[in-house]
Design a protein around this ligand. Structure first.
Ligand SMILES: NCc1[nH]cc(CCC(=O)O)c1CC(=O)O
Length: 304
């Protein structure tokens, strides 16, 4: 049997996620081989990128490696994968979601401040807007880089706190203090590891049939269809979280917010799932009709 070539970005979090998928495959007696893809930019392509519909900055290089058959699968944080995949690529499996929440991490010298006093470092439109909705006087700072770099910047720079995905903290086994934030709604598909592959690779798709986690798949389909319905190719402060309760119903919470957090449209619904209805689209349409269309136009104008 061939060894399955796993493509991944080179960050510690990405490598952890790739190893997690490898562990899953090894449990089913498949051989694996992890290939970190470092470079971005030009590879010698005969076909222009735009004709392949490649958009995501985090996923682009791995999309190309897949399409060139340099790797058999790619592993990503699903929240980094655009709602529109390049032609002939598919999400063939998602792992069980564990930690979807955003959490607050303070620097050691800011432990005693009130939430509304904190200077917050985050480059996420969603995290800024949702935070500003509750604490409108907040001063925000940009922060980029992987989890470890961001923690170092937190200690070195003038801001008090930053927001992380709890999944990232757990996966990196970081022993840091964090606080849950009921004011946040996580990004669509946050906390979920996804595997992409070529849509016509029947062997690979067969290997992953048992890996795909059904409940997670149901929830992320709703969240991503909600996002796709709202955004129309533009990034905006959008939160979406679906979960299946003890009665086998789906609870969905979603939010579209203006960039400054002053206006927001919320949705909180419980429904019985079936595979005929596109609930994500139905819920997204609801938000659009409830003032979301105007809000999205304003956001697009601001971001241009
Ligand atoms: N924004 C980058 C990013 N993409 C995926 C994760 C973490 C893993 C996940 O939540 O799926 C992170 C870091 C973060 O949000 O703090």
């Amino acid at each position: 049997m061939r060894s399955i070539k796993i493509g991944t970005r080179n960050s510690p979090l990405a490598l952890w996620q790739a190893r997690e998928v490898a562990r899953n495959l090894q449990n089913n007696n498949y051989k694996t081989d992890i290939t970190p893809i470092i470079s971005s930019g030009d590879k010698n392509l005969t076909q222009p990128l735009y004709t392949m519909g490649i958009t995501g900055i985090f996923t682009k290089d791995l999309d190309i490696a897949l399409l060139h058959k340099e790797v058999d699968i790619a592993v990503h944080s699903l929240k980094d994968i655009p709602t529109q995949l390049p032609e002939n690529l598919e999400i063939i499996a998602v792992l069980k979601r564990d930690y979807p929440q955003d959490v607050l991490v303070r620097k050691s010298t800011s432990k005693n401040k009130e939430l509304h006093e904190l200077k917050i470092a985050t480059s996420s439109l969603r995290r800024r807007a949702f935070w500003a909705k509750h604490y409108p006087e907040t001063e925000f700072f940009d922060i980029r880089g992987n989890v470890q770099t961001r923690l170092q910047k937190l200690e070195d720079q003038e801001f008090d706190a930053t927001l992380f995905s709890l999944a990232a903290i757990e996966r990196m086994s970081l022993s840091i203090e964090y606080e849950f934030l009921p004011i946040m709604i996580s990004a669509p598909a946050q906390g979920v590891v996804a595997v992409t592959a070529r849509a016509d690779d029947a062997d690979i798709k067969e290997y992953f049939k048992d890996v795909d986690h059904r409940e997670t798949r149901i929830c992320i389909d709703i969240e991503r269809n909600f996002l796709r319905t709202l955004e129309g190719g533009c990034t905006a402060p959008i939160g979406a979280f679906a979960e299946i309760n003890e009665k086998d119903e789906v609870r969905f919470i979603g939010r579209l917010c203006s960039l400054d957090g002053k206006q927001s449209i919320e949705i909180d619904e419980i429904f019985t799932w079936n595979d005929q209805d596109n609930f994500g689209e139905i819920l997204g349409q609801k938000v659009l009709e409830d003032g979301g269309r105007t809000l999205m136009q304003e956001i697009k104008l601001h971001l241009q």
